[in-house]
Design a protein around this ligand. Structure first.
Ligand code: NAP
Length: 248
């Protein structure tokens, strides 16, 4: 039986990915900042562990408690929508701390066991905003584009050890709590700067009015499944109709 460790399983893509891998017979290490065992079906193949990807100690403890794993899915992430002028540097730092450095921290922690077995797969969940720039997302996009870039380089240094790496790029998924969490963070940090207020209103109205197809959690779970089980899958796998359309 194969084992997957997934970060950020308390909601959204991470939770649905954990469900899908459990359904399909994998052992799942579902990690969450505040562990809840009631979110996923009762199963002897499920282990729920505490994990905050911004903490060295938390990452070390979770990877040690997890034991041997075959696949690491770096899904945990936070969003942010604002003009650069409305983005305090501490907010930008927190985006990189979670989305970029959290991913690096997790990979570093599992590499010794992957190298030891000359096997292992890392799947990094980034975003389709790295494929087509959108306004008010510069800081968030930078934190995810950095993951794409470092993944391309890392793949080359891990290949000699038999370790593979893939990127899953979800499109916009309004059904997860991602957007509302980002809006709460926006409110806590003073909202849009006055000179950008009208522009931001227009951007948000256009986002909400768009009838274009969007991404569902199940699209992302299936894309992660493909990355985990199809050795011929490409390095970058778009997830969701909008992300797939951008990839054409
Ligand atoms: N939704 C979208 O439109 C969209 C589009 C493209 C890419 N993405 C990316 O997809 C991933 C999942 O997003 P989602 O839509 O499923 O959002 P979500 O429902 O908000 O889930 C995000 C998950 O990340 C966790 N998390 C946040 N900070 C963490 C930390 N420091 N350590 C560990 N876990 C942490 C959250 O845990 P808590 O409950 O503890 O906060 C939550 O479980 C993210 O990387 C996001 O950037 C999302």
């Amino acid at each position: 039986m194969k084992t997957v460790l997934i970060t950020g399983c308390s909601s959204g893509f991470g939770l649905d990915t954990a469900r899908l891998f459990l359904d399909r017979g994998w052992k799942v290490i579902a990690t969450m900042r505040s562990p809840r065992i009631d979110l996923l079906p009762v199963s002897d193949k499920l282990v729920v562990l505490p994990l905050d990807v911004t903490s060295d100690e938390s990452v070390r403890n979770a990877v040690e408690a997890a034991g041997p794993i075959d696949v690491l899915v770096n899904n945990a992430g936070i969003g942010w929508l604002n003009a650069l002028e409305g983005t305090p540097i501490d907010v930008a730092r927190s985006l990189f701390e979670t989305n970029t450095l959290g991913t690096m921290r997790m990979i570093s922690a599992v590499l010794p066991q992957f190298r030891g077995r000359k096997a292992g797969l890392v799947i990094n969940v980034t975003s389709s905003v790295t494929m087509k720039p959108l306004p008010l997302l510069s800081a968030y996009t930078a934190s995810k584009a950095a993951v794409n870039a470092f993944t391309d380089s890392l793949a080359l240094e891990l290949a000699p050890f038999g370790i593979s790496i893939r990127i899953v790029l979800p499109g916009a998924a309004p059904e997860t709590s991602f957007g509302s969490t980002a809006f709460s963070r926006l409110e806590e940090n003073g909202g849009f700067p006055a000179p950008y207020a009208e522009f931001a209103k227009g951007v948000i109205a256009a986002m909400r009015a768009s009838g274009a197809p969007k991404t569902c959690s199940s699209d992302v779970a299936e894309a992660v499944w493909r990355a985990a089980t199809d050795p011929s899958a490409p390095m970058r796998i778009p997830a969701g109709a909008d992300a797939v359309a951008l990839d054409r």
